[in-house]
Ligand binder design. Structure first.
Ligand SMILES: Nc1nc2c(ncn2[C@@H]2O[C@H](COP(=O)(O)OP(=O)(O)OP(=O)(O)O)[C@@H](O)[C@H]2O)c(=O)[nH]1
Ligand SMILES: [Mg+2]
Ligand SMILES: [Zn+2]
Length: 370
């Protein structure tokens, strides 16, 4: 083991790393194979930095997992639990298996709208960090909250930089309409007391990821909660207030006695991955009202007997909320159509290759027979 241990001399109890009865039950078959559990802290191109009760170690994928790597969700991501084999003679451990995920956060891969990219796994809470300066955007907040709820994690909205905003209370109130049932904190990360309200969401064994645009203060918040300048931070650009993409890798950070935080690089644009079902989950208020619509497949648009539009009329439901629902529904449909089109193209190409191979084989056989 000592040979596999890397830089940090620290070691952690499994439950400090978030291990519980459910993960233990899923791990049982691997225990019999003399494998050990570990949690992914950082991934670097098929090389993984792991937290284990024996300390921090480096690991690579075993052949079996490498072969599954064409399926993007078969690869470990930050926050994943894995089963490893370690030989004291080897500098690196081998990741033999990936444990089932409790939650996972996906987005459409940058520049490739039809490919899903997993961002992190086994997250309990996501701090969605938004700046109360130029970054503030209600539509984006609504979209992110849906994506977080879809992932299986709890969303907490953090409106940062209250010191740069004249009316943080008004802005906070306006976010309630697009993110009902979500805890919202308006804070400043510049002082330790500013980030104190966030501590309520951090408990030992719990994992909390911070996401949001570049420059909103994710790493500053983490440093403040840690009480040390562990993460690099950089001022926003003076000409437009945008961030400089300072954090470049996702990383699981242990806060002694307070759980774990995942710092992430600022995302330019997070786009929804999931289908209409998850949108319905995120718009539970509308789904509940929809039970009373005359038609089961009501779009809450022009249909007669629509209980959702009736609720907008009486003021029970905000019309902006229904508009948001319609917008996200449309987006979900567009994505689905694109995915179907891509699947059709892939199948078409496969059939063509099969035909061509058969033709070549037949041709070769005929030439041989001559
Ligand atoms: N005025 C003010 N500035 C803040 C606050 N929080 C963070 N900042 C500043 O905002 C800048 C960007 O902060 P970072 O923590 O690097 O932002 P980030 O979200 O980690 O950005 P990326 O790593 O690029 O995604 C830094 O100069 C911070 O000092 C705040 O509450 N008020
Ligand atoms: Mg950062
Ligand atoms: Zn309806």
């Amino acid at each position: 083991m000592t040979a596999a241990a890397c830089n940090s001399g620290e070691s952690w109890q499994l439950d400090t790393l978030g291990w519980d009865a459910e993960f233990a039950a899923n791990f049982r078959p691997y225990q019999d194979q003399d494998l050990h559990p570990a949690r992914v802290a950082i991934t670097h191109n098929y090389l993984y930095q792991l937290y284990t009760p024996q300390g921090e170690i480096m690991a690579e994928l075993a052949g079996k997992l490498r072969h599954q790597a064409i399926r993007s969700d078969a690869l470990p991501v930050v926050g994943d639990w894995v089963a490893i084999r370690k030989h004291s003679a080897e500098p690196k451990a081998k990741i033999e298996a990936l444990l089932p995920r409790r939650s996972s956060f996906a987005r459409k891969a940058a520049g490739e709208p039809t490919r899903k990219q997993l961002v992190a796994a086994n997250i309990d809470t996501v701090f969605l960090v938004c700046g109360l300066d130029n970054d503030f955007n209600l539509k984006r907040i609504e979209r992110y909250v849906v994506a977080i709820q879809t992932s299986g994690a709890r969303a907490v909205l953090v409106l940062n930089k209250t010191d740069l905003c004249d009316d943080p209370k008004i802005r906070q109130a306006s976010t309630v309409a697009v993110a009902p049932d979500t805890t919202i904190h308006a804070i400043t990360a510049l002082t330790p007391s500013g980030t104190e309200p966030l501590l309520a969401h951090l408990t030992p064994g719990q994992t909390c990821a911070l996401i949001g645009s570049s420059g909103v203060g994710k790493s500053t918040i983490i440093n403040q909660l840690l009480g040390s300048d562990r993460q690099r931070t950089r001022s926003v650009r003076s000409k437009d207030g945008r961030g400089r993409h300072t954090t470049t890798q996702r990383e699981l950070i242990i806060l002694p006695d307070k759980g774990m935080l995942i710092d992430t690089p600022g995302m330019r644009e997070l786009q929804l991955w999931d289908d209409a079902t998850s949108i319905n989950d995120a718009f539970e208020d509308i789904t509940r009202l929809a039970n009373e619509c005359r038609f089961r497949d009501c779009f809450h648009d022009q249909e007669p007997g629509c209980a959702v539009r009736a609720a907008v009329k009486t003021g029970q439901l905000l019309s902006s909320r229904l508009n948001g629902y319609h917008r996200l529904q449309r987006e979900g449909h567009v994505l689905k159509e694109r995915q179907t089109e891509l699947a059709r193209k892939v199948e078409h190409r496969r059939v063509k290759i099969v035909h061509r191979t058969m033709r070549t084989l037949r041709h070769n056989r005929l030439t041989d027979e001559k």
